[in-house]
Design a protein around this ligand. Structure first.
Ligand code: XCC
Ligand code: SF4
Length: 670
């Protein structure tokens, strides 16, 4: 067995390190130690293995070698990649479909405990699709909107209707290139068909359909999921929250919700606040129920209800290791099978709730929306009953405050106020060079790289370079734990121009925009920036980049692809599933070249895999500067701004009169 890394090498997060030491002492394995003990298969990792039929699996390790059917390495890599993208698109979109059915049930009063919380958003969204709103009740509108959304999944011809939210120029390009998704499910099915033995075999042609499959996710299923979540649970606006394992409480019943869908978790929030449940908890000798989240479910209830996040993907096991989690309630996606055997070492109950997910050894309580509130209460009572079984606990005393909740609607509002909501101030700040550009830093954790390190390293570096950062998913939680999501507090680590903007508007330098399906919010923001004027007329002209420094899930590959197809430059670090080239000196593979220069020619965006964080940052800034130059904007100058803003004012106020004068006039007059 290879020698494992130390806890400091495994994670950059002190709370995680503390739990990793505890795991070692208790002789318990985690994803971190399992990653050390299972080095990745270097053939599979580089996309050099095909197992699409029973004549294989074929491993192409020698120069010029082909599979039994004659498949080349390029075809195999393209097929593997599109299959991953199809799985990612399916996961996000199936989540969107479930949300659409929930919306329908709520409109028909068949969902216990749910109401339409954001009628304004319902009306706004309905209006996009020309659903009549005047003189109609929210239920009527919601019913028609739900039907429209549901029909998009099984639609066979035409265009998925939600794509009208993209810029006109982009839609024209997608039509011309033949990648407008016809129906959300149809593109996923076709991706599977095309990669069956003996079908599509030209790598570029396969990957062209990968684009269509991913567009059905980002501009289809994911966008639907985000819009419905806002309609049902409220469009996020900034509030105060907390993140990291220190949000677990010694004297309360700790229930951790983990997974992706907001439906059950929102109901758990409501149930935890009922008298019935609080009294039940008190009777069990606890101070109450303390709800927290892991992964994207955490993001959903964090940004809407301020429910704390116990951590990101790699902290799901670590939460149980505290010994203080009375129940972990999971729905779909990113749930490690290891939770069950780990929980057996403690008293924690693992409860699965989705009809799509069972884990051997876990308890299953089927979630049904027509009894949602009752089921949520039942689950909380199971957790409360389990409180007395707690053994020795160790909760790291590590937590950080944060301000999440930057929906595109709120960003719009905060920039212009209710009467003049607009992206003008943001565009102006970029045009002037106060903000150099924008970065979306998103995606998972991966135990093959130091937990949270890459996320926080690139985030910090780009902030210093006056790049405004928007984050989602586990990356957002990484930044939250590092304190980048705080208003004033985070600003000492930020470039001078960006600091001025943040202070003037009153925002943190990193905007938490939600869960992974909420990457659709970043698409919307970029589109609005393009439509506002001054930064070109499409996403590929905006000085913006997308980074996923610790990716691991297939959903991340789908996200990367729809961002590229929307015009963005996307950089991934870590695993590169298309890098293998048997028997030759490593240079770019045909597929790598196509994802980079080939896609850039077609879409104005490209996907690259870069391992070194400094190289990632260098390429991101180079790209931003290139886009600035193409727009004819002034070259970015780090010394030009920073002479105003609250920070500077406070500094000046602290000076004696004469020095203050010299500082003010010396600076602005010079
Ligand atoms: Fe999963 Fe969404 Fe990745 Fe985190 S970021 S590990 S996908 S929870 Ni989506
Ligand atoms: Fe091998 Fe071809 Fe079958 Fe793939 S499809 S496993 S390369 S024979």
């Amino acid at each position: 067995m290879p020698k494992g890394r130390t806890p400091e090498e495994q994670s950059a997060d002190p709370a995680a390190q503390e739990m990793l030491i505890r795991a070692e002492m208790l002789g318990i394995d985690t994803a971190f130690s399992r990653a050390d003990a299972n080095p990745p298969c270097n053939i599979g990792a580089a996309g050099m293995c095909c197992k699409l039929c029973g004549m294989g699996p074929c491993r192409l390790t020698k120069d010029g070698q082909r599979g039994v059917c004659g498949a080349t390495i390029d075809t195999i890599q393209a097929r593997n990649l599109i299959r991953a993208i199809a799985a990612g698109s399916a996961a996000h979109s199936d989540h969107g479909r479930d949300m659409a059915f929930t919306l329908k049930a709520v409109a028909n009063h068949e969902a216990e405990g749910f109401v339409i919380r954001d009628v304004a958003k319902l009306r706004r969204v309905a209006a996009f699709y020309e659903i009549p709103i005047e003189g109609r009740s929210p239920d009527e509108i919601a019913n028609q909107l739900a039907d429209l959304f549901i029909s998009q999944f099984g639609q066979q011809r035409g265009e998925v209707v939600t794509l009208i939210r993209a810029t006109e120029r982009r839609r024209a390009l997608w039509r011309e290139q033949g990648v407008m998704p016809r129906g959300i499910d149809r593109e996923v099915v076709e991706a599977l068909h095309r990669t069956h033995i003996g079908d599509d075999q030209e790598p570029e042609h396969i990957l062209h359909h990968a684009v269509r499959t991913s567009l059905a996710d980002g501009w289809g299923g994911s966008l639907i999921a985000t819009d419905i979540s806002d309609i049902l649970f409220g469009t996020p606006a900034p509030l105060v929250g907390q993140a990291n394992l220190g949000v677990l409480k010694e004297d309360m019943v700790n229930v951790v919700v983990h997974g992706h869908e907001p439906t059950l978790s929102e109901m758990m929030v409501a149930a935890s606040q009922t008298r019935e449940v609080t009294e039940y908890a008190e009777a069990a000798g606890a101070g109450g129920v303390n709800l927290s989240g892991i992964c994207c479910t955490a993001n959903e209830i964090l940004m809407r209800q301020g429910i704390p996040a116990a951590g990101n993907f790699l902290q799901q096991e670590l939460a149980i290791l505290t010994g203080a989690v009375d129940a972990m309630v999971v729905d779909v996606q990113c749930i490690m099978q290891a939770l069950v055997s780990l929980a057996e070492r403690f008293h924690t109950k693992i409860i699965t709730t989705s009809s799509k997910v069972r884990i051997t050894g876990a308890m299953h309580v089927q979630f049904e929306e027509h009894r949602a509130l009752t089921i949520a209460k039942d689950i909380l009572k199971l957790a409360i009953d389990n409180y007395k079984n707690r053994g020795e606990t160790q909760i790291p005393d590590v937590r950080e405050d944060l301000i999440p909740g930057f929906s595109h609607e709120y960003v719009n509002y905060m920039l212009g106020g209710s009467y003049r909501a607009s992206f003008r101030p943001l565009n102006d700040a970029i045009m002037a060079g106060r903000i150099r550009g924008v970065a979306g830093i998103v995606g998972c954790n991966n135990p093959r790289s130091r937990h949270d390190f890459m996320h926080t390293y690139v985030t910090e570096a780009l902030l210093k370079q006056d790049v405004l950062v928007a984050e989602t998913g586990c990356g957002a939680i990484a930044s939250a734990k590092r304190g980048f999501l705080l208003g004033e507090a985070g600003l000492d680590q930020v470039g001078p121009g960006l600091r001025e903007v943040c202070e003037t508007i009153g925002i943190p330098p990193v905007l938490h925009m939600g869960s992974c399906v909420d990457n659709s919010r970043i698409l919307t923001v970029l589109t609005q920036m393009a439509q506002e004027g001054g930064l070109g007329d499409d996403i590929d002209q905006i000085p913006a980049v997308g980074l996923a420094p610790e990716w691991m899930s297939e959903k991340a590959l789908s996200i990367a692809t729809y961002f590229v197809a929307s015009g963005a430059y996307v950089i991934f670090a870590g695993a590169n599933p298309v890098s293998g080239m048997p028997g030759r000196v490593p240079e770019s593979t045909r597929v790598e070249k196509y994802l980079s220069s080939g896609w850039e020619e077609r879409w104005g965006g490209k996907l690259e895999f870069v391992d070194d964080p400094d190289e990632m940052i260098r390429r991101a800034l180079e790209h931003i500067d290139k886009k600035r130059a193409a727009l004819g904007l002034p070259e970015y100058d780090p010394n030009r701004f920073g002479a105003s803003g609250d920070g500077r004012t406070r500094e000046l106020e602290a000076l004696p009169m004469l020095e203050r004068r010299a500082a003010i006039y010396g600076r602005s007059g010079g």
